[in-house]
Design a protein around this ligand. Structure first.
Ligand code: AMP
Ligand code: DBH
Length: 535
């Protein structure tokens, strides 16, 4: 049985094919197409090693064949959690070739996140790294293996040369590729979320390939492109906008950085003569402050893309003078819609807007509180549908009923305005989420965990302004029996860490209050809580 997802209606699917957006090719074709003329080109380098397109193709074939021998088959699912390393792409392509749909967790995800993904997907395979605390010994991987009746767990040991994963991709094995249906789910993308439990986004071969190929065109990638992947590799931005997949499509090279700090990245830029990269705003700010006295030559840089969170105009203005390269703003979402400022945009638009959609058939509606469309230059809620915007979270009918309108438009929770030129400006948010420098926190997810603490009666988590990250998170806590109980930020941080959630989700600040403010209808008034941070 194929993996379920909400399909596009037949009339739109027909239109997307007629327009040539959906090519009815598997996502893996962007790799196989490089084998004709570019098999010796360098596909990937990570500072120590590099591999050619031929190697990437053969290694992923070998791994796919070896996993098939273990019993993995088309329409199974898998969990991958790897740092930025060559093995991430080998594993990703191996699974796609097999027709196994992975979810690729971020490396900073911990027990809570990984367990949720496993519960949703019931994966047959776990690929992880011993560099991660949870996989330093076998306890957690065995737990998952037994609980989900997995067929295999492959833990990469980056220190020892020899791991089961490495054997799996190095030992040649004839691979009989199963036929792939481009309408099928290729893999699951992660949503930043705004609900109590994480949501997975099914992405099909057709829709994702289109977003990648069109993005590579917009960003003018070529065989000469050397792209530094400094953000977490599975994130939608460095994977597909145009990201590593876009670079593979163009036949360029992807260089992997372990993190986006100037210390790590500047040496790689000089060494590999990096031309393109993608950053979140706080990383860009660090680059801008370090570049003027950096000991490295950064002059190969042609384009820095910035997205994930709103870039301030004053920071945007510094890119050209300090780094002597172009800036591109990118406003995207793992659910689909991606906007770019364009090469030939005037400077004002590049500095002040978050770009315009990839596709002429990305439909944008901006509506007021009553759901009526607003005129240009007016702020409203963003709704969208199109050839690469999903139609439903995986197995989430209740949430989907809220997230989509009756005509299939997805409500992203962003407050935006559209200029007559089509460019969007992100003005704010209408979703229960904190955007901590590009890392998204679903308030309800962390609130639920805190409510599990016996001494907490009520909790509300909201954003507070931060000069570096844009936003940080603050938890307002009402103690159950304040007269006799002592709770501190330290105790609650420790509590959350013991449960095992990504560090960035642990509130930056805890504020103990007697009661939470309520709105007229009795809901927690988060606006009032956020207002306490305004001067
Ligand atoms: P996710 O759902 O985790 O993929 O996160 C997507 C969200 O990130 C969007 O809906 C926006 O709220 C936010 N976002 C992404 N890029 C930008 C940007 N350039 N400016 C402002 N917000 C952004
Ligand atoms: O924040 C995002 O999710 C994002 C930002 C830029 C994204 O998914 C993308 C580009 O594709």
């Amino acid at each position: 049985m194929s993996i379920e997802y909400t399909p596009w209606p037949a009339d739109l699917a027909k239109l997307y094919r007629e327009q040539g957006y959906w090519q009815d090719k598997p996502l893996t074709s962007l790799l196989s197409e490089q084998l004709t003329n570019n098999s010796n080109g360098i596909a990937l380098a990570d500072g120590k090693r590099s591999i050619s397109y031929l190697q990437l193709s053969q290694y992923s074939d070998n791994l796919a064949a070896n996993l098939a021998l273990k019993g993995l088959k088309k329409y199974d699912t898998a969990l991958i959690q790897l740092p930025n390393c060559i093995e991430f792409y080998i594993s990703y392509f191996a699974l796609l070739k097999l027709g196994v749909a992975p979810v690729c967790a971020l490396f900073n995800h911990k027990k809570t996140e990984l367990q949720s993904y496993c519960e949703i997907l019931q994966p047959k395979l776990i690929i992880a790294s011993s560099m991660h605390d949870l996989f330093a010994d076998e306890q957690f991987s065995n737990e998952l293996f037994n609980r989900f009746n997995c067929l295999n767990t492959l833990i990469v040991d980056h220190h020892k040369g020899n791991s089961e994963l490495k054997q799996g991709y190095l030992s040649a094995q004839p691979f009989e590729a199963p036929p792939l249906n481009p309408e099928d789910v290729a893999f699951f993308q992660l949503s930043g979320g705004s609900t109590g439990t994480p949501k997975l986004i099914p992405r099909t071969h057709n829709d994702y390939l289109y977003s990648v190929v069109a993005s590579a065109d917009i960003c003018q990638l070529t065989g000469e492109t050397r792209y530094l992947c400094a953000l977490p590799a599975p994130h939608n931005f460095p994977l597909s906008s145009p990201g590593a997949l876009g670079v593979f499509h163009a036949g360029g090279s992807v260089v992997l950085a372990s993190d986006p700090s100037p210390t790590t990245c500047f040496a790689l830029i000089e060494h590999y003569q990096i031309t393109h990269t993608a950053l979140v705003p706080p990383a860009l700010q660090l680059w801008l402050s370090h570049a003027p006295h950096a000991a490295y030559d950064l002059s190969s840089l042609q384009l820095i893309q910035v997205g994930g969170a709103k870039l301030s105009m004053t920071v945007a203005e510094q890119v050209k003078p300090i780094l002597d390269c172009e800036l591109q703003q990118v406003f995207g979402m793992a659910e689909g819609l991606v906007n770019y400022t364009r090469h030939d945009d005037d400077r004002w638009s590049v500095i002040n807007t978050q770009g315009k959609p990839i596709s002429p058939h990305d439909e944008i509606k901006i509506v007021d509180e009553a759901g009526n469309e607003v005129p240009p230059n007016t702020v409203g809620r963003l709704l969208t549908r199109g050839p690469y915007t999903f139609r439903g979270y995986y197995k989430s009918p209740v949430h989907n009923a809220d997230a989509f309108d009756e005509t299939g438009f997805y409500s992203s929770g962003d407050l935006v305005k559209q200029l007559p030129s089509g460019h969007l400006i992100v003005e704010g948010r209408d979703k229960d989420q904190i955007n901590r420098g590009g890392e998204k926190i679903a308030a309800e997810e962390v609130e639920n965990l805190l409510l599990g603490h016996n001494d907490i009666a009520h909790v509300a988590i909201v954003s507070m302004p931060d000069s570096t990250l844009g936003e940080k998170s603050c938890a307002f806590i009402v103690i159950q029996d304040a007269a006799t109980t002592k709770l501190t930020a330290l105790i609650l941080r420790k509590y959350l860490r013991q449960l095992g959630i990504a560090d960035f989700k642990v509130p930056d600040k805890f504020q103990f209050v007697a009661a939470l403010p309520l709105t007229a209808v009795g809901k927690v008034d988060k606006k009032a809580l956020r207002a306490t941070f305004e001067q």
